[in-house]
Design a protein around this ligand. Structure first.
Ligand code: MN
Length: 717
C-alpha cells in the first residue's frame, strides 16, 4: 500500500505546484470514511482508492484528480456526503467525486451488444469533465486487477464483459492505449481463460526457443540505426495475449502461422528521423506486405501518431515496428491525459472544465476516413444528448431537453401518439418534464389519446415534432373542411339551395382548387366566402348587396341569427377548439351560451359569447360575423373552461371549502388567481373546466351556497 507521503511525492515529481495540503486532507478523510470496511481480497477498503490514485499518478494528472481518486467511493459506500467533501476538499473535487458516483450508479446491460455503443456514449455524456472518466477508468483497472478475489462467477463475468464492451473502448477512444490493452487482457483472462492459456503457453514456448530474442533484436536495430546517424530509444515487447487472439480472429490464421508476436517501439527525437528510420528499416529488412500504415500523416481520431510497418527482422522473425517521436509517444501512452498535461501550463487555475472536452474534440477532429469521421460526428453530438432507459433496460438517446413525449416517440410512433402520462424513476411526472441522463422512463398510454398540439411547444426531437405536426396538419385540414361544409350548407340554404359535392366539383376551376375537400377547407379557413361559392355554382342567384345595411349588422344581425333555427347557423359540433375553431379567451364561451363567430382569414373562426365586450372591435367589419350554433348537442367532446369571479371571506380554510364545493360538483379547477386581497374579503378568479353552461351554473349555485362566499359571478371580458 502506498503511504501518504509517497503519494504526495509521486505527484510532486511531475507537478511542482502539487496541492499537498489538499492531497493530505483527501487521504485522511477517505481513510476515516472507509474505516473498517474491507474488500473481497480481505484488504482494508481504503487500499482501493489509494491504488486508483497511484495508477493516476502514472498519467501525471492534476492534484484535484488524485484527490477525486482518493474520495471516489466515499459518497457511494460511506456516510460521507457531497457537502462534507465540499467543506473539506472544495467544490471542484466534490463535483468530480459526484460525477464518478453517478457513473458508478449506472447499471450496464452489456449483454446486449448492440447497446454497447450507446452505453459508451452515456458514459461520455455523463463525464462532463474528462477527469471523471479518467478516475472511472483507473477505478475499473484496479477492480479488474483484483477481479479474481470475487467469488461469484456471474459477477466476475459481468464485470469483465462490461470492461471489454464499454471501458476498454472508452480508454482507446481517449487515447489511453496502455490502459486499454491491460483492461482488455484482464477481461480476456476472465471471459476466455482457455484461449488465453493456450496463447500464453505458445508464447512461453517461443520465448524458450528463441532465447532472449527481444533483447537481440533491440541491440541489432540500435546498431543499424546508429550506423545511419539516428539515435533512438528502442523498446520491445510481446503483444498481449488478447491482441494476438484478436489478430487470429480477424485474420483467420492459426496460432502456428502467427509469428509476429513482438512489437518494437522506436522513439526518435524529430519527425525527420521517423521517416529516415523507416527508410533504413525497409532497405535493411524484407518488408511484410500490407502492414505499412502512416498514422503520422493521418493520425487516428484519438490523436495517435506513429508509423507502423512489418518486416522480417534480424532473426528472420516477423516483427512490427512502431516509429514515432517522443511527443507522439507520450500521447500514444496516455492520450488525453498527456495532451492535457502539456497544456496545463496555459490552463487557468480555476480549472476550465469544458476546455478539456474541447481539446478532446479537437483531437478527434483529425478523423481518418468516412467511417471514423462519422464516429467523430456522433461523438461531438453526445454533449447535446440525453440518455434514458426503458423499463426493460434499453437505452434511448435523445437531444438534450427531451421530455417523456420525445422518449415515447423514440420508443415507437404509436407509443408517442397514445401517451397520456409518464413515470420518471418510478414517479408520475408531467409530460413536459426535462429528462436527465440515466433516468428510467415508463410511458402510460391510452387508446383514446391523440397527439396534442400543445406538445409541440415542448418537444425537442425531430421525430416527435414531425409526427405531431403531421397529425395536427391532417386534423386541422379535416376541421377546416368540416367547418367549410357547415358554412356552405348555411350559405346555400339562405337561398333555398342544397349544397352537393357534384355542384362544388363543377366550380373547382374557378377557385383553383384541386378537390372538393380543398375547396371546403378554403371556405372553412376563411380564404373563400361561402356566398362566393354559392354564386359560382348558381350564377343566376342575386348578387350579395354591395354595402351591408347598417341597421342589420352587426349586433342585430347576430341577434337575429341566433334566434334563427339551428339549421341556419353554422354548426361547430365536433370541432376541436384550437384548430379551425377557437373559443375566445376574453369571454370563455361554454356550450349552451348564445354565441357568435368572428372569421379570421387563415385561422378559421373565433367564438365569442353574444354579450362579449370584445365584439365591439368588429362592428365595422360585418363581413367577418357569422351565425354559429353549438349544434345538436350542448356537449363538446372535451370539457371547456368557464371563468368565475368570487369575493370570499378572509378566513382560514376558505379556499379549501371552495375547492371542495367545485370538486363535489365535478368541476376541475384549471387556474386560480387572487386579484385583490384587501381586508376581510378577497377577490378571486377561478377557471373551472365544465361540460357546458348548465354545468357551470350548477357549480356557481353551489358556490353561492357556501358560507365563505360573498358574491359569485361568471366573469366576462
Ligand atoms: Mn472504486
Amino acid at each position: 500500500m502506498i503511504r501518504q507521503f509517497q503519494l504526495v511525492e509521486a505527484v510532486r515529481a511531475y507537478d511542482p505546484n502539487v496541492n499537498e495540503d489538499g492531497l493530505n486532507r483527501a487521504y485522511v478523510f477517505s481513510m476515516k470514511a472507509h474505516g473498517k470496511q474491507t474488500r473481497a481480497s480481505g484488504d482494508p477498503y481504503f487500499s482501493h482508492p489509494l491504488e486508483v490514485a497511484g495508477i493516476l499518478t502514472e498519467y501525471k494528472v492534476d492534484s484535484a484528480t488524485i484527490m477525486t481518486a482518493l474520495l471516489h467511493d466515499t459518497i457511494e459506500d460511506t456516510d460521507a456526503t457531497f457537502e462534507d467533501i465540499t467543506a473539506i476538499c472544495g467544490e471542484e473535487v466534490a463535483k468530480l467525486v459526484d460525477g464518478v458516483t453517478k457513473l458508478t450508479r449506472i447499471e450496464f446491460q452489456s449483454d446486449q451488444a448492440k447497446q454497447a455503443e450507446n452505453f459508451r456514449k452515456l458514459v461520455l455524456a455523463m463525464s462532463q469533465d474528462i477527469r471523471v472518466l479518467l478516475v472511472k477508468l483507473a477505478d475499473r483497472l484496479h477492480n479488474m486487477r483484483t477481479l479474481h478475489f470475487i467469488t461469484k462467477p456471474e459477477k466476475r463475468h459481468r464485470i469483465a464483459t462490461e470492461t471489454m464492451d464499454i471501458f476498454a473502448p472508452l480508454a482507446e477512444r481517449i487515447g489511453m492505449q496502455e490502459l486499454k490493452a491491460e483492461l482488455e487482457d484482464l477481461a480476456f483472462a476472465e471471459l476466455n481463460p482457455k484461449a488465453r492459456r493456450s496463447i500464453t503457453r505458445r508464447l512461453e514456448f517461443l520465448r524458450e526457443r528463441g532465447e532472449d530474442l527481444v533483447e537481440k533484436v533491440i541491440i541489432e536495430l540500435k546498431l543499424v540505426l546508429a550506423n545511419n546517424g539516428i539515435s533512438a530509444e528502442i523498446s520491445g515487447r510481446e503483444k498481449t495475449p488478447y491482441s494476438i487472439w484478436r489478430k487470429m480472429q480477424t485474420n483467420e490464421v492459426g496460432f502456428e502461422q502467427l509469428s509476429d508476436i513482438m512489437a518494437f517501439r522506436v522513439v526518435v527525437s524529430n519527425l525527420e528521423d521517423c521517416y529516415k528510420t523507416l527508410g533504413v528499416a525497409h532497405r535493411r529488412y524484407p518488408v511484410v506486405p500490407m502492414r505499412f500504415k502512416d498514422y503520422i500523416s493521418t493520425p487516428k481520431p484519438n490523436g495517435y501518431q506513429s508509423i507502423h510497418t512489418g518486416v522480417f527482422g534480424p532473426e528472420r522473425q516477423r516483427i512490427e515496428l512502431q516509429i514515432r517521436t517522443s511527443d507522439m509517444h507520450a500521447i500514444a501512452e496516455s492520450g488525453v491525459a498527456a495532451h492535457w498535461n502539456y497544456k496545463q501550463g496555459e490552463a487557468s487555475k480555476d480549472g476550465k472544465q469544458y476546455r478539456w472536452l474541447r481539446e478532446l474534440l479537437d483531437i478527434l477532429e483529425h478523423a481518418d476516413g468516412p467511417e471514423e469521421f462519422l464516429e467523430h460526428t456522433k461523438l461531438e453530438m453526445f454533449q447535446d444528448q440525453v440518455f434514458c432507459f426503458t423499463p426493460r433496460g434499453d437505452l434511448i438517446n435523445m437531444p438534450t431537453g427531451a421530455t417523456p413525449v420525445d422518449f415515447a416517440y423514440a420508443v415507437h410512433s404509436e407509443v408517442g401518439d397514445r401517451c397520456v402520462g409518464a413515470k420518471i424513476n418510478g414517479r408520475m411526472m408531467p409530460l413536459r418534464s426535462q429528462l436527465r441522463n440515466g433516468d428510467q422512463v415508463e410511458i402510460v398510454t391510452s387508446k383514446a389519446q391523440t397527439p396534442s398540439p400543445t406538445w409541440e411547444r415542448f418537444v425537442v426531437s425531430g421525430k416527435a415534432r414531425a409526427r405531431i405536426r403531421r397529425f395536427v396538419r391532417i386534423q386541422e385540414r379535416e376541421q377546416y373542411e368540416k367547418l367549410g361544409r357547415s358554412i356552405l350548407r348555411r350559405s346555400f340554404k339562405d337561398e333555398d339551395y342544397e349544397v352537393s359535392d357534384k355542384g362544388l366539383a363543377g366550380v373547382l376551376k374557378i377557385f383553383q382548387q384541386p378537390s372538393v375537400e380543398d375547396l371546403c377547407a378554403q371556405v372553412g379557413s376563411g380564404h373563400i366566402g361561402g356566398r362566393d361559392v354559392l354564386e359560382a355554382v348558381y350564377p343566376g342567384v342575386k348578387k350579395k348587396p354591395e354595402a351591408p345595411d347598417e341597421n342589420i349588422v352587426p349586433i342585430s344581425n347576430a341577434r337575429s341569427g341566433s334566434e334563427k333555427s339551428h339549421d341556419e347557423a353554422v354548426s361547430i359540433r365536433g370541432l376541436i377548439p384550437g384548430m379551425a375553431m377557437h373559443l375566445a379567451s376574453c369571454c370563455h364561451p361554454l356550450p349552451g351560451d348564445r354565441i357568435v363567430g368572428i372569421v379570421t382569414t387563415g385561422c378559421g373562426v373565433t367564438i365569442h359569447t353574444i354579450d362579449c365586450e370584445q365584439l365591439k372591435t368588429y362592428h365595422d367589419q360585418p363581413e367577418r360575423w357569422m351565425d354559429i350554433s353549438w349544434g345538436d348537442s350542448t356537449h363538446t367532446q372535451q370539457n371547456q373552461v368557464g371563468r368565475v369571479f368570487l369575493s370570499v371571506a378572509n378566513v382560514p380554510g376558505a379556499l379549501g371549502d371552495l375547492s371542495m364545493v367545485i370538486a363535489k360538483n365535478n368541476g376541475n379547477i384549471s387556474n386560480l388567481k387572487i386579484t385583490n386581497r384587501a381586508g376581510d374579503f378577497y377577490d378571486l378568479l377561478i377557471d373551472i373546466e365544465v361540460q357546458n353552461v348548465k354545468h357551470l351554473t350548477e357549480v356557481i349555485a353551489a358556490l353561492r351556497a357556501s358560507p365563505v362566499t360573498h358574491t359569485v359571478d361568471r366573469a366576462r371580458g
